[in-house]
Design a protein around this ligand. Sequence first.
Ligand SMILES: CC(C)(COP(=O)(O)OP(=O)(O)OC[C@H]1O[C@@H](n2cnc3c(N)ncnc32)[C@H](O)[C@@H]1OP(=O)(O)O)[C@@H](O)C(=O)NCCC(=O)NCCS
Length: 169
Amino acid sequence: MSWMLRRAAADDLDAIMAIERSVFTSDAWSADSMARELVDEHGYYLVATPADEPDAVVAYAGLLAPRGSGQGDVQTIAVAPDARSGGLGRALMQALLAEAWRRGARDVFLEVRDDNPVGQALYRSLGFAELGRRRGYYQPDGVDALVMRAQLTAPVTGPAASVVSEVAE
Ligand SMILES: CC(C)(COP(=O)(O)OP(=O)(O)OC[C@H]1O[C@@H](n2cnc3c(N)ncnc32)[C@H](O)[C@@H]1OP(=O)(O)O)[C@@H](O)C(=O)NCCC(=O)NCCS
């Protein structure tokens, strides 16, 4: 399968929310919150689609990185179950980190559920390390959040062409 990454548009909200609600069953964001994220001037949201079906969103990820702040936050990432384990999660994260670097961010933070070893493995493999823990952060489940940080010291390379055929603005 050949994938394309492109900037998310307001029109992608329904497709993103369908994945959001199916993946984050107990703590999905509201459509209003997601809609605000997609148009935030400091945000950078990407969607992934099959290269030949640019409207068929199978994954999304978002970064908040105000230029001049030196910092970024990975806001969210989700890959639809049937599109997982093919490198899309890593490709999306690499694209977010490359954008964070371009915006001058040198510290990138994120939070991940303590009971999410797959997410944690992805983040650790990209240089994120645990900074601390927020007890009971994820409600209603009462699950801790691990706070992780990656310190960027050199330009971050975008996703491999073998995984994503195109990164379109
Ligand atoms: C986490 C998630 C985004 C990974 O997406 P993906 O496209 O399956 O990930 P990739 O194929 O790019 O794999 C990246 C890394 O994730 C980890 N990983 C992926 N699938 C895994 C699995 N089944 N078991 C253990 N680790 C796994 C590995 O570290 C992998 O690196 P490797 O291929 O070098 O071993 C996806 O599982 C997902 O959407 N999960 C639900 C939502 C979520 O947890 N989001 C993060 C919230 S903070």
